[in-house]
Design a protein around this ligand. Structure first.
Ligand SMILES: [Ca+2]
Length: 266
């Protein structure tokens, strides 16, 4: 886990603390205490615009990930610093559906509906509005201001420093936060487990809004992003997108959560 040089600024709600970390590039972080030593950490992602999708000539790219288009994220949001772990899932839902063992490993074998139930329950616990990220929020956060295949550049040679994927995972998930973070301070956006997004999936996003897009109005599938421990490098690109039926419980599928920015964080 990243060493946090921090000072606690404000207790916003019971169990909730706001932290500024780092001196060179301050990151606002929020930590919620779920009890029994289990915490869930968030990083503030600033509002901004980015180029979403992969260029036509990107290695491993597909038509569903292009054309590249400008998208605006008009409001800052808090994003889970890590994928939701098994111990966090137990703390909130009282059970652990995962196939792989490890309380610090990401929870998997969770459907999109399971993720929704987790968000609802965590919202009730924290008194904050907890959601899955939209697809646009996910890619914006994953890029960390980069415009390359991966958050750190284009070369697959460096992917092992940031990602658990087919070539280094040993065919299993790993505890979150062991690899390098991206510029926003988010871990495992590449690989480890796919991450459910809020949006429906469709093969093209050509006609979607350019400001805070929320995806198509209907589909049989929901979006997953980031690739997993069982996938090759090109599946772990930031622009890669795929859809699963929402009741699919797969050993490669997990999620991370977002929080609508609350007063005191903006
Ligand atoms: Ca991931």
């Amino acid at each position: 886990m990243q060493k946090i040089i921090s000072r606690i600024l404000l207790v916003l709600l019971p169990g909730l603390v706001l932290i500024f970390s780092g001196c060179q590039s301050p990151k606002v972080q929020l930590v919620y205490d779920l009890g029994n030593g289990v915490q869930i950490e968030f990083v503030k992602i600033p509002a901004g615009s980015f180029m979403m999708g992969s260029p036509d000539n990107e290695a491993g790219g597909y038509m569903s990930q292009s054309p590249v288009r400008k998208v605006e994220i008009s409001k800052p949001f808090l994003m889970g610093k890590f994928e939701v772990t098994q111990e966090q899932y137990i703390a909130v839902m009282g059970k652990n559906p995962s196939y792989f063992s490890g309380l610090k490993n990401p929870v998997e074998c969770v459907s999109w509906y399971d993720a929704q139930k987790f968000c609802k329950k965590l919202s009730e616990i924290t008194k904050m509005q907890v959601t899955l990220p939209t697809e646009a929020q996910w890619e914006y956060a994953a890029r960390g201001e980069s415009q390359s295949r991966f958050s750190f550049g284009d070369s697959e040679n460096d992917l092992g420093d940031y990602c658990w994927y087919k070539d280094n995972s040993g065919d299993k998930t790993h505890p979150v936060g062991q690899k390098k973070p991206n510029k926003f301070g988010l871990y495992d956006m590449h690989g480890n487990v796919w991450e459910w997004c809020q949006d429906y999936y469709q093969d093209s996003y050509r006609n979607l809004a350019s400001k805070d897009p929320k995806g198509p109005s209907s589909s049989t599938r929901r979006l997953i992003r980031g690739g997993s421990w069982s996938h090759s490098a090109s599946y772990c690109r930031v622009a890669n997108r795929y859809g699963n039926v929402p009741d699919n419980r797969n050993i490669g599928n997990g999620f991370r959560v977002c929080v609508v920015v609350v007063s005191g964080l903006d």
